[in-house]
Design a protein around this ligand. Structure first.
Ligand code: HEC
Length: 116
């Protein structure tokens, strides 16, 4: 029962994220919580500017992507990115044990603010 409830919650969150992205790009940008989470867990690899040049990124292969690159955002949906942050990709660890779905949504909103 508990597991099922969690799935439903994550599902509706994804719908919210997707709808928010389609209706009003940037409207969900989060400068508070998302920024704090980014600085604590992501900045070391993804860099203060989100361009993938963090101090911990030097030896990673493949390297972290450039979040300032418009093309990066054009090729990926929110639900895909949400999944990647939860489960990890290549050298990046997954964050589902550390971050709640709503924290992941916050940090994802913050990542969007790097887009130029
Ligand atoms: C240990 C270094 C490291 C940390 C810490 C890290 N990442 Fe990553 N991240 C990477 C690397 C390397 C990639 C590229 C993986 C690949 O392309 O195989 C990546 C890729 C990504 C991607 C893009 C996936 C794609 O579609 O190509 C997102 C989004 C992302 N990270 C978000 C985050 C968030 C949010 C955090 C903090 C909660 C975080 N990362 C922490 C190293 C890291």
């Amino acid at each position: 029962m508990r597991g099922r409830k969690k799935k439903v919650l994550v599902g509706s969150l994804l719908v919210l994220l997707t709808a928010g992205g389609a209706l009003a790009p940037g409207a969900m940008a989060d400068g508070g919580e998302g920024k704090k989470i980014y600085e604590a867990h992501c900045l070391s690899c993804h860099g203060p500017q989100g361009d993938g040049k963090g101090p911990g990124a030097r030896h990673l292969s493949p390297p972290p992507p450039d979040f300032t690159d418009r093309a990066f955002w054009e090729n990926r949906t929110d639900s895909f990115l949400f999944h990647v942050i939860q489960n990890g990709l290549g050298p990046m660890p997954g964050w589902s044990d550390t971050l709640s779905p709503s924290s992941i949504a916050d940090v994802l909103s913050y990542l969007r603010t790097f887009r130029r």
